[in-house]
Design a protein around this ligand. Structure first.
Ligand SMILES: CC(C)(COP(=O)(O)OP(=O)(O)OC[C@H]1O[C@@H](n2cnc3c(N)ncnc32)[C@H](O)[C@@H]1OP(=O)(O)O)[C@@H](O)C(=O)NCCC(=O)NCCS
Length: 327
């Protein structure tokens, strides 16, 4: 492309990448903010990208000025048929943010993003890369058009035989948002269930809850150590459990920023209003702690969770789409 040159960013160029990022992501920083992981970056943030293993930052120069950047990383995934090499266009925040590509507004529509992505794909070929993954919101029209033009493909659940015949290689997720200043809906609560904060004594019950309801986190048989690590990490500012006849049967939590995590409810206790009762108390607790918004991300396969957000009048209009390019 005439006038455009792409070069790998080097140590000492962190502030250039920061400036491009902060200007090009300013809409998301202003409108979605920290809850979704968007913030103005500092040099030390970019330093980590440059030092990361198999992590690459490319800068685009237009008439010798740096005007765009992209950040990507090579990862290996164990597939059923072979080890797969995937080029990930890194997200601003895992499971909530979009892939990091930005072009200064004055230099848009000059094929700069197109050149950055095409260059990264070309660069990755020397490592025998099988696929590339790019993440963007369903409402980000410029990126949807850009990725389509570059040959990326999007499906709500993307299956790749060499990865697995049963499990999707990647899938979209719903970013469900709730305005905590509004009233909680009138939900029929289960009067039998007791809701309380989690205690250390509950951790062995949590092994079964995670194993059954969220095998994606620690597999189907989490060890007590894995559960202890989760508990000690204090990811949740508040973690609530549902107790029936002295047995812990469900768990939900939220972070200090207002992100919800749902380990789940044991199968045999579902469809009895226990999840909704737990969720109602969780939202009430978030309101009491002064949070403005609640945010939950859920893969398309977890339809029960999505239905629960619908019942609580969450806004489900934002989706994080996974785009794949088979190389
Ligand atoms: C998205 C972004 C990187 C595109 O950068 P860009 O250099 O202007 O894009 P390009 O000139 O390479 O565009 C290539 C193609 O993308 C599509 N596209 C880009 N911007 C578009 C827009 N505003 N509207 C519609 N399509 C657009 C078009 O198909 C375009 O090809 P065409 O000009 O032949 O129609 C830039 O708008 C940006 O920095 N946005 C803010 C940050 C952001 O959203 N990052 C992505 C997060 S996933």
């Amino acid at each position: 492309m005439s006038g455009i040159k792409i070069k790998q960013a080097e140590k000492g160029q962190e502030s250039i990448v920061c400036e491009i990022h902060n200007e090009s992501f300013s809409y998301w920083i202003r409108n979605l903010g920290l809850l979704y992981g968007y913030k103005n970056l500092e040099q030390k943030d970019v330093e980590k990208w440059l030092l990361g293993k198999n992590s690459f930052v490319f800068l685009a120069y237009y008439e010798k000025l740096p005007v765009g950047y992209v950040h990507c990383q090579l990862e290996e995934i164990t597939g059923e048929e072979k080890l797969l090499r995937n080029l990930v266009f890194c997200e601003t925040k895992e499971s909530l943010g979009q892939s990091k590509i930005g072009v200064l507004s004055k230099y848009r529509r000059k094929n700069i993003a197109f050149s950055l992505v095409r260059n990264a794909l070309g660069f990755s070929r020397q490592f025998d890369t099988d696929s590339a993954l790019f993440l963007a919101y369903n409402k980000n029209q410029p990126v949807i058009r850009l990725l389509t033009k570059l040959g990326f493909d999007h499906k709500p659940m993307y299956f790749l035989d060499s990865f697995s015949k049963e499990k999707p290689f990647v899938q979209d997720s719903v970013l469900a948002e709730f305005d905590l200043s509004s009233e909680l809906p009138n939900i029929q609560l289960n009067q039998e269930v007791k809701i309380r904060k989690i205690l250390v004594e509950d951790l062995s019950s949590m092994q079964r809850i995670f194993g059954e309801s969220r095998p994606d986190v620690f597999g189907t048989k989490p060890t007590l150590n894995q559960i202890k690590e989760w508990f000690d990490s204090e990811w949740g500012e508040v973690t609530l459990v549902a107790v029936i006849d002295g047995q812990v049967v469900g768990c939900m939590e939220f972070t200090s920023l207002g992100v919800i995590g749902i380990p789940g409810v044991l199968h045999e206790f579902r469809k009895q209003g226990i999840g909704s009762t737990l969720f109602f108390h969780l939202l009430q607790e978030m309101k009491n702690s002064g949070k403005k918004k609640a945010l939950a991300d859920t893969g398309f396969e977890l339809q029960d969770a999505i239905n629960m957000y619908k019942r609580f009048d969450f806004d489900l209009s934002r989706e994080l789409w996974a785009w794949v390019n088979i190389l």
